[in-house]
Design a protein around this ligand. Structure first.
Ligand code: TYD
Length: 130
């Protein structure tokens, strides 16, 4: 998983970024949600999904995203609206260090289903067999 840089279609009127399901991200989008008003010192996420794949974009401001496969962790910085980060299913994700103006847009492959969540890290590590 790594940061993807999307093409910015800009002209004198401003900037535009287009992201197409399947073409620019590897799934059909069934849901979007966005997080704003998050606090710099209050992490969010801290869960994995059995099935849901997510694509994260800080359309305003910045935040850090730490992805963890149970063995290795990597932290990515989303600080431009043309940067995207794929969080695959069964990857533990934490969003943190939000700027006050951060709007974090998440494109998701599945409808919301609480049963798809693994919210306990010890259980996650057992499930991935790490
Ligand atoms: P939560 O999973 O705690 O957010 P985060 O991943 O940022 O820490 O979700 C907060 C609340 O919103 C929780 O009650 C579940 C609900 N929710 C939905 O109803 N639909 C959704 O698509 C999402 C992501 C959350």
């Amino acid at each position: 998983m790594s940061i993807v840089e999307h093409r910015v279609l800009g002209d004198h009127r401003g900037q535009l970024i287009a992201i197409e399901a399947v073409r620019d991200i590897p799934f059909e989008i069934k849901r979007i949600f966005y997080i704003y008003g998050a606090q710099p010192n209050t992490p969010r996420g801290q869960h994995a999904h059995h099935k849901t794949r997510q694509y994260l974009i800080a359309v305003s401001g910045s935040c850090h995203v730490t992805l963890d496969d149970g063995e290795n962790k990597a932290t990515y910085i989303l600080n431009q609206p043309n940067l995207g980060l794929m969080q695959e299913a069964m990857i533990w994700g934490t969003m943190h260090d939000f700027s006050h103006d951060c709007v974090l847009l998440v494109l998701a492959s599945e409808h919301y289903d609480e049963a798809d969540y693994i919210r306990d890290y010890d259980q996650y590590v057992k499930v991935v067999g790490a």
